[in-house]
Design a binder for this molecule. Structure first.
Ligand SMILES: Nc1nc2c(c(=O)[nH]1)N[C@H]1C(S)=C(S)[C@@H](COP(=O)(O)OP(=O)(O)OC[C@H]3O[C@@H](n4cnc5c(N)ncnc54)[C@H](O)[C@@H]3O)O[C@H]1N2
Ligand code: MOO
Length: 439
């Protein structure tokens, strides 16, 4: 589909990608490809001598610094999930806010035996009990406020009540089974710093500490534009057409990276529909799929140029996915162009969309599974970084089969993508891993 005019896509490179897939990413590549042409600087195009696409790490850095975090917004607790705190979170109360019984039993004052008023249910959670005189006991429930004057809580299984008396083989130690006020925090203590991700546990803590709303960084709104007349949105592919694999994949992946996806739209291969979509809507980030090469219906780059966009990243020295792009529209919105080959699109998600969205959502740029050692040698591209689906466990990453640019079978059972430097990496070599959404 792509004429040889594209600056970064000589046909040999695509032979290379397919050969890598056939060779299972490890041995046998040289046989599949024949002798590799002579080396050159990373990212340089040896065949054409034209300027190279940027290196993989450089592209990620450019994407990370292409935007600034969103504005702060005050959201009710449920809506704040998945956002990042824009302000530190101080406790609005002591926690616990009062001396609390840690067990079901009796609150006791002083050493036993104790006089027991057993006329009612005792002190329940939510009650405001009266002062307990020395030598007295009162039944108490877990979580109930301990009466003033109580010196300990005696667990139900450690005492014997009857005839208006409570006895125990041993008096509980002073403060026993009482959670003292402020044990977890004092009012004003910093519970979490600005920048913390609001997880379900954070929502619980915030509620416990008295919050109804949280001040968080607004998540970027993203819209997915799926390009290609050949795509079917349902049923078994037939008649030379293929199922849209990226519509279902991209939106939840963007959400996992911190975006609110407002829509996924199928635009076919219409240049005018693409231009309209790039100029309309209120999403700050437009993520397109397909149309990144220079084929007859690859309208993305021409449309962006026509709209006066600035190319932040225009091709990346990475396999798969090297025609990927990141552009800024004149109004400041960003366009991430994912190639149509599905694994190439995943590569572009992790290379460009991930750092851009993390910055916009103010998320940790370095989050990921950390490094691992390769279980076996992985063949490299002579000049470009490779991203290879792996399964990693206990610090060892095993490369997976079916990692061709058009395949999703490998990535679907992968736990990470391993970053293979130009030239490859041997068995036991440490490699950087990129995490994948797990739900
Ligand atoms: N002459 C050359 N042709 C191509 C080169 C090259 O260097 N010279 N580069 C190849 C590389 S690498 C990639 S990656 C692709 C990029 O293609 P586009 O981004 O323009 O995407 P399309 O041409 O529309 O589609 C490519 C391929 O992917 C399939 N596709 C597209 N969208 C989807 C989708 N949503 N779900 C499933 N599959 C999809 C499409 O049917 C094609 O098979 O260009 C190469 N060409
Ligand atoms: O082969 Mo293309 O590298 O991006 O799929």
């Amino acid at each position: 589909m792509t004429p040889p005019s594209h600056p970064r896509t000589p046909a040999m490179d695509d032979d290379f990608d397919d050969a890598l897939a056939l060779a299972n990413g490890t041995a046998g590549l040289d046989a599949a490809l024949g002798p590799a042409p002579g080396g050159g600087p990373p990212g340089a195009s040896r065949e054409t001598g034209r300027p190279a696409a940027v290196g993989w790490a450089e592209a990620r850095t450019a994407a990370r610094y292409a935007a600034r975090p969103g504005e702060p917004a005050e959201l009710p607790l449920p809506g704040a999930l998945g956002h990042v705190l824009a302000e530190p979170l101080p406790a609005l109360t002591d926690l616990p806010a009062f001396d609390t019984s840690a067990m079901d039993g009796w609150a006791v004052a002083g050493p036993g035996p104790w006089a027991l008023d057993d006329s009612g249910p005792g002190v329940l959670a939510g009650d405001t009990p009266e002062r307990l005189p020395d030598g007295h006991a009162v039944a108490i429930a877990t979580g109930a406020r301990v009466p003033d004057g109580a010196t300990a809580v005696l667990r139900g299984e450690h005492g014997f009540a009857g005839g208006g008396r409570l006895t125990a083989p041993a008096t509980p130690p002073h403060g026993g089974d009482i959670r003292p006020r402020g044990q977890e925090c004092r009012m004003g203590d910093l519970l979490l710093p600005a920048g913390a991700l609001v997880t379900p546990a954070v929502l619980g803590l915030a509620a416990a500490a008295g919050y109804d709303r949280l001040t968080v960084t607004r998540r970027p709104r993203a819209e997915v534009l799926v390009l290609g007349d050949e795509l079917l949105t349902e049923g078994v592919p037939a008649g030379g057409r293929v199922r849209d694999a990226l519509g279902p994949l991209v939106a939840p992946w963007l959400a996992e990276l911190g975006a609110d996806v407002v829509a996924t739209r199928h635009l076919g291969d219409s240049a005018s529909a693409l231009r309209d979509a790039l100029t309309g809507g209120d999403a700050e980030v437009l993520v397109t799929t397909g149309s990144t090469a220079a084929g007859p219906v690859d309208h993305l780059r021409p449309a962006l140029r026509e709209l006066g966009a600035t190319f932040v990243v225009d091709g990346v020295a990475v396999r798969p996915g090297h025609p990927m792009l990141l552009a800024a529209l004149p109004d400041g919105r960003h366009v991430v162009g994912l190639p149509g080959n599905p694994l190439a699109a995943v590569s572009a998600l992790l290379t460009l969309a991930d750092p851009l969205l993390r910055t916009l959502a103010d998320r940790d740029p370095e989050a990921g599974p950390g490094p691992a050692r390769l279980a076996e040698r992985v063949q490299g591209h002579p000049e470009d970084t490779r991203l290879v689906p792996v399964s990693h466990r206990r610090g060892t990453a095993t490369p997976l089969r079916f990692h061709g640019p058009a395949m999703l079978r490998g990535i679907a059972s992968a736990t990470a993508l391993a970053v293979i430097p130009p030239g490859g990496a041997g068995a036991g070599a440490p490699v950087h891993l990129l995490g994948l959404p797990r739900n």
